[in-house]
Design a protein around this ligand. Sequence first.
Ligand code: FMN
Length: 170
Amino acid sequence: MDLFDAINARRSVRSYLPDPVPADVLHRIVAAGVEAPSGFNLQLRQYVIVDDPALMDRIRPVSKALTGAPAAIVILVEPKAASNGMAFYIQDAAAAMENMLLAAVALAYAACWVEGAVRSHEDLLRDALAVPDGLRVWSLMPVGKPAAAPPRPKKPDASQITHHNRYGGT
Ligand SMILES: Cc1cc2nc3c(=O)[nH]c(=O)nc-3n(C[C@H](O)[C@H](O)[C@H](O)COP(=O)(O)O)c2cc1C
């Protein structure tokens, strides 16, 4: 799939068919996350692939976006600053997430960036996934075939928010 087709086709899907996702698909999606940029190349991310049905049911209360989802990929981060004192692990997790969302679309699957809900359910996820001390559960994405195709939400036209050479320049 052309990259721009994947970018334009991607939607946040929050309702899934129960069909299992093949393990190689989940691993290819994670591999796309690993290829994402990383501040100072510190590589402070880890990934948990969840496809055990009982475990999926245990983490499903985290977000309505997991409705029906047969699998999920959870991003863990090591909250560590670089040598200059700046911390980029949140941005690193975000870059990996976007790569993985697009990879899912390219492989004809759907997904959703779930982060707000993870912040308020981190303890549940930490227990369910046996996450060790020193790592945070930062975000997750359900993966599966969509039960419904959500409409494109309202977004600005690029021309409304793009400036040429200086703010307001056309
Ligand atoms: C940082 C971030 C956190 C998000 N957290 C959640 C979340 O907790 N639950 C959810 O259903 N969607 C979440 N989303 C998805 C957004 O709601 C979604 O991207 C937005 O509504 C635009 O829709 P689209 O992705 O289909 O373009 C999050 C997106 C981002 C970038």
